[in-house]
Write a protein that binds this ligand. Structure first.
Ligand code: GLU
Length: 276
């Protein structure tokens, strides 16, 4: 990436639930970083989560962002990019970097999988014994092979500093889901490259995903951005704010007549106090 390339950040919500305060903060951080650098802030709708995706929520998200006083550039939603995911998955498969897996969550738990940085670490059941081809299959990254091909990698988070890629706490992640041409990891990595994202901005809860994404960039010969993982908003008990804990949806606050720009100003202040 050239030193003088314009800064391009993004907000990439999944339309499977309303946006809440944590999303608003992510969008504001990405927006403000781009604006301060005279760059571009992109909105990408990550809508390949099958039946959980609700088309009408994408419009709601745009109303929420406008209400917060943000301006953005739209790029195609993930559902319009399935072909590019299939092509990349095919390339990885052809190089022996993916293996099929028919395991259910129950199978993985029953095999005594241990918890990693992003859920259970896959214990390699289908790597040892390939599944019956008639069963629905996902495709997992063979991390041992990937590391053998690309060697030690690093990536840079603007706050946490340089990071050495470490897949040991993540394991063989799913890159192609049972009924979809890509998982979040594969789709987001390809999209960030296609959208020319130079600074991947998102909450610190996705920090470990960046180890996977950096690996995929090396395997697929994609440009390497920088990352900015911001701290998460917490409630008065120090718990992550999430919609399931009753944090009100932005749409609800908007419809109740609250001033969105004022809310954005408060979030900017909280973000300053969080330190990132
Ligand atoms: N679509 C993801 C979500 O809504 C965000 C992914 C990302 O920012 O990389 O949680």
């Amino acid at each position: 990436m050239s030193e003088h390339a314009p800064l391009v950040t993004r907000f990439a919500p999944s339309p499977n639930g309303h946006l809440h305060l944590g999303h608003a903060l992510s969008a504001i951080v990405a927006h403000d970083l781009a604006r301060a650098a005279g760059g571009r802030f992109v909105l990408r709708i990550e809508d390949i989560d099958g039946p959980r995706s609700r088309a009408e929520l994408a419009d709601e998200f745009r109303c929420d962002l406008t209400w917060l006083g943000l301006e953005w550039v739209d790029v195609p939603a993930q559902s319009a990019r399935l072909e590019s995911y299939a092509v990349a998955a095919h390339q990885l498969r052809a190089r022996g970097l993916l293996y099929p897996c028919a395991c259910t969550r129950k199978d993985i738990e029953a095999a005594g999988a241990v918890s990693g940085a992003d859920g259970l670490i896959y214990p390699g059941i289908c790597k040892r014994t390939p599944p019956d081809p008639d069963r629905a299959m996902a495709w997992r990254l063979d991390t041992a092979r990937a590391i053998a091909q690309i060697g030690q990698l690093t990536w840079v988070d603007e706050h946490a500093g340089p990071q050495q890629v470490d897949l040991s706490r993540i394991g063989d992640v799913v890159l192609v889901r049972k009924n979809l041409p890509a998982s979040y990891h594969l789709a987001a990595t390809l999209d960030d490259a296609a959208d020319g994202i130079t600074l991947v901005t998102r909450g610190a809860d996705l920090f470990m995903a960046s180890h996977v994404h950096r690996t995929l960039q090396a395997l697929l010969d994609l440009p390497v951005p920088r990352w900015h993982h911001h701290r998460l908003l917490t409630d008065e008990n120090g718990e992550k704010l999430a919609k399931r804990r009753g944090s009100p949806a932005l749409a609800e606050r908007r419809e109740a007549g609250e001033d969105g720009r004022m809310l954005a100003a408060q979030l900017r202040l909280q973000h300053l106090q969080l330190g990132t």
